[in-house]
Write a protein that binds this ligand. Sequence first.
Ligand SMILES: [Zn+2]
Length: 158
Amino acid sequence: MLTNKEKEYLKLAVNLAEEALNKGDQPFGSVLVSDKGEVLFKDHNRISSGDNTKHPELHIAQWASVNLSDEERKASVVYTSGEHCPMCATAHAINGLGKIVYATSSEQFREWQKEFGIEAGRVKPLRITDIAEDIEVIGPVKEFEDRVKKLHREYYRK
Ligand SMILES: [Zn+2]
């Protein structure tokens, strides 16, 4: 069970996903929170730039590498609207970040894509723990499912 505070951070991540959608980007958003509950950094997907690697989770891992100590990185938590893709999970692990709480899983995302008639990408939809077993992961969180799915449906409709 998540605390209300944790749900608030997740909601912030989903709000960022909605912001991304409104800017023509894929609806993914992520928030980095310190062990004291302070929002350190947040971002949303920016692939409309043409660079398909502009994922918020990758940006968080890169930001943390230059702004946080090893201990701070390990103690921080990433809240994200969708589970990390293999690229971002790798960056997260390599840069020594801590726990991840995601609203919806990569498996759910793939199921939705099928439902929307979208072909699978070239990267396998591996789970975060397939990339790094020692990352503590919480998700998916049922109450966010409908809202996140709706955002993705709208993205593919455009
Ligand atoms: Zn990613």
